[in-house]
Design a protein around this ligand. Structure first.
Ligand SMILES: [Zn+2]
Length: 580
């Protein structure tokens, strides 16, 4: 035991505690503070009558913050008192220290605050690992319990609310997030995107004045049912996305024109620093399927999957199912591994090749005369290439193709220098985004690509002009020009844009407000990014309720993005016509 001079300031600032002594156990690396309550008496928890008749004393042990390398703990001396009220059924009451520690807590509030901060930032497993580094022995489950004990936020009703959907698992469970657009803070998160759930939330949180949303029916319907007086705003980014979705099939029908532009790009070659021009390595063959074909194949796949399961449910063995349906046994067993057909996901490498880092040195060797794919594979393997020889061979074939050679036929003549192309070739989707890209954000040769693309066909030129004019309305917020644009689309022969225009007129009020009012779902995108990060940290093990709590706890509030007077337009608008 040591003297406590000056030590009291290491206790929380409260008049009801006094530090009696401290001791450091070197063997156990444990720092103990002996602390006594200095309250004059106790209010009985049963009858609230004040008493100072001490019955007995006892010691509570509380874990505290570490002191250097030593764990910290308090030995807190508290009293039990005899209730002064003769009518009270509770004869003895224990002393409570409401501003110091909760009745049954085993940690000091300052330690609990640390653990909560660590848990919210990192989640259970990573939080526990970091805590151990700091000398705090705490389990993953304890951190999760601390987070779960937090009260639910989300009871305050924002005036301006952004709603959007979020995927919890790739292509599977959908959820909904609500964001306070003035404070840029999350408000709620739930695991469906039904109109009814959303409407119900709005009914128990009256007072929302403005709702920004995408143009999905569920959010429009829910907003009308739950908050008919709120003004709905179509989110501008989603409007641009709708535009790209409409444009892509138009461009798909003009595939030969797309190929013509790509051919021109390829023939241009790659300018080299020495002023000469090299031939570009052609891209790998791209699949020629349209989105409609993909959807059709998916539907066929789902139907087959259901047939397999229907037969399995009737007790059919796998090989009999295969014979009956005329498909391979491996297809049957693959289907039986999952009850629903999993969504085909994109390539996990996003099209990036394992060969990419080696490509420029490979071309250097190639141009220097080494054209043996197997030998190149051996060289690059020694330099750290981890891919297969087939990948190198396929790339070598594309290089030969650029030089106008076939693998078998190798005349001994000078070959053109090959280089990697500087630009990406156009696909229907890339072309659609290129059309929408702001002029100042386009890459060097994109204006040229766009001009060539426009020159291919009158219909393309018209689609591009209409699209760019709409993008201009969106970006300059010219809601008053929407009707004129819709009228022009009605006169045009482009079916996909006409369908888009029909959808926009059905949702007329929200679209016009979106093209006029400053609110947009930017803060929603920020929060969805944050949510995805939290989800990744938790490795998909976390239950939704834990994810909700971490998501809804925001470290510090951000002030409103716009002054209050901008929240409401002058005149009230009604619900979109699509609701009928
Ligand atoms: Zn009492």
């Amino acid at each position: 035991m040591e003297a406590t001079t000056g030590f009291s300031r290491f206790l929380p600032e409260t008049p009801s505690l006094q530090l009696d002594s401290w001791s450091l156990d070197d063997a156990a690396t444990l720092m103990t503070l002996d602390v006594t309550s200095t309250q004059k008496g106790v209010a009985c928890p049963g009858c609230a009558v004040f008493t100072n008749r001490v019955h007995s004393r006892y010691t509570r042990t509380l874990a505290d913050l570490p002191w250097g390398a030593a764990r910290g703990r308090w030995q807190l001396r508290v009293r039990t008192c005899v209730c002064a009220n003769p009518q009270c059924p509770r004869r003895i009451c224990t002393e409570r220290l409401p501003d110091v520690v909760a009745p049954w807590a085993r940690r000091t509030p300052r330690l609990a605050a640390w653990l909560l901060a660590i848990g919210l930032a990192l989640g259970g497993a990573a939080g526990a690992r970091l805590s151990r580094r700091f000398g705090l022995t705490v389990s993953r489950q304890t951190l999760l319990r601390v987070i779960r004990r937090l009260p639910h936020l989300g009871d305050r009703t924002p005036q301006v609310l952004g709603v959007d959907d979020v995927a919890f698992h790739k292509g599977q469970t959908d959820g909904t997030v609500l964001i306070d657009l003035e404070r840029r803070q999350p408000v709620a998160l739930w695991p469906d995107r039904e109109a009814e759930t959303w409407a119900q939330w709005l009914r128990i949180h009256p007072g929302v004045a403005v709702i920004t949303r995408d143009r999905a029916r569920a959010y429009a319907d829910g907003a009308c049912q739950g908050a008919p007086e709120a003004i709905q705003v179509a989110n501008r980014f989603h409007l641009l996305q709708n535009l790209v979705d409409a444009l892509e099939p138009v461009f798909h029908t003009h595939r030969p024109a797309l190929e013509a532009v790509n051919d021109m790009l390829r023939r241009q070659g790659v300018p080299l620093p020495d002023g000469t021009v090299a031939v570009a390595v052609p891209p790998p063959r791209t699949p020629t399927t349209t989105p409609q074909q993909v959807a059709q194949r998916r539907a066929q796949g789902v139907a087959l999957h259901q047939q397999v399961w229907a037969l399995r449910d009737q007790g059919w063995p796998g090989h009999a199912i295969a014979t009956h349906l005329g498909i391979g046994k491996s297809t049957v067993f693959r289907s039986l591994r999952t009850t629903t057909l999993p969504e085909r996901t994109r390539r996990r490498d996003g099209g990036r090749s394992v060969l990419n880092p080696s490509k420029s040195s490979l071309l250097e060797r190639w141009n220097a005369g080494c054209r043996d794919a197997l030998r190149l594979y051996g060289e690059f393997q020694r330099r750290g290439y981890r891919g297969s020889d087939a990948t190198v061979a396929r790339y070598a074939q594309r290089v030969r193709q650029a030089q106008g050679q076939t693998p078998r036929h190798r005349p001994r003549q000078a070959r053109p220098v090959v280089a990697m192309p500087h630009h990406q070739l156009l696909t229907a989707r890339r072309a659609a985004w290129l059309v929408l890209r702001r002029t100042d954000k386009r890459h060097a040769d994109e204006p040229w690509q766009l001009t060539q693309w426009q020159a291919q066909h009158a219909e393309l030129a018209e689609a591009i002009e209409l699209t760019q004019d709409f993008a201009h309305l969106v970006r300059q917020r010219q809601g008053e020009s929407l009707d004129a644009w819709l009228a022009r689309v009605a006169q045009s022969p482009i079916g996909a844009l006409q369908r888009l225009a029909k959808g926009l007129s059905d949702d007329d009020d929200a679209v016009k407000t979106g093209l006029t009012w400053p609110w947009s779902n930017g803060p929603v995108e920020e929060q969805i990014t944050r949510l995805k990060r939290l989800k990744r940290q938790m490795f998909g093990r976390a239950s939704l309720d834990l994810l909700q709590r971490r998501f809804l706890q925001v470290p510090r509030p951000v002030q409103g993005a716009l002054p209050k007077k901008d929240v409401l337009p002058k005149k009230a608008t009604t619900c979109p016509k699509s609701q009928g």
